[in-house]
Design a protein around this ligand. Structure first.
Ligand SMILES: CC(C)(COP(=O)(O)OP(=O)(O)OC[C@H]1O[C@@H](n2cnc3c(N)ncnc32)[C@H](O)[C@@H]1OP(=O)(O)O)[C@@H](O)C(=O)NCCC(=O)NCCS
Length: 146
């Protein structure tokens, strides 16, 4: 198995949409992803390529001393193999080198796998956004100081 992390380009959008829909049941959508890649100077998006196919991604912002994780997944068939940790470590290292002091993210209150990964990486609960998701679920805002 050959894998790498590389910058996401517009030609990856269709693959990422398919992946997001399969993992989350919905996608950020072409327009938003395209705008992020082409127009947002603070957006840093990376794909995980395994055997030349896109099998995950991490979409982030770096804006001065603040970083944010916008979206993040690994394809179901490759979950639990360390790729999520690899993508997260890659971003945290980049953020640190860029002078970011704190990174925030939102996660579904029921997403124990992701919460466990974030806590293992030093993220701490900050506050709750009640009924934040379409199905009425709360979002937990987690923050990590770098
Ligand atoms: C969250 C996600 C990106 C993690 O990626 P992954 O490749 O599966 O994770 P890794 O194999 O690198 O595991 C890293 C840590 O995640 C946690 N984890 C992974 N699989 C788990 C499982 N089945 N049960 C509990 N915790 C788990 C553990 O803390 C693990 O660390 P450990 O191996 O030291 O125990 C991936 O599971 C995913 O895409 N989930 C669906 C989408 C999602 O929830 N995205 C995050 C939105 S905020």
């Amino acid at each position: 198995m050959k894998y790498l992390i590389r910058e996401m380009t517009p030609s990856d959008i269709e693959d990422v949409i398919v992946g997001e829909e399969s993992v989350f049941g919905e996608s950020l959508g072409f327009d938003l992803l395209y705008t992020e890649l082409k127009l947002n100077p603070y957006a840093f998006y990376f794909v995980l390529e395994i055997d030349t196919e896109v099998k995950g991604y991490i979409g982030t912002w770096i804006e001065g001393e603040r970083g944010e994780i916008v979206n993040f997944y690994v394809d179901k068939e490759y979950q639990g193999m360390g790729f999520g940790q690899m993508l997260l470590s890659f971003y945290l290292e980049l953020a640190k080198m860029s002078g970011v002091k704190n990174v925030s993210l939102e996660v579904r209150a029921s997403n124990n796998v992701a919460i466990s990964l974030y806590e293992k990486n030093g993220f701490k609960f900050s506050h709750k956004r009640e009924k934040y998701y379409k199905n009425g679920e709360d979002a937990l805002v987690l923050i990590k100081e770098l």
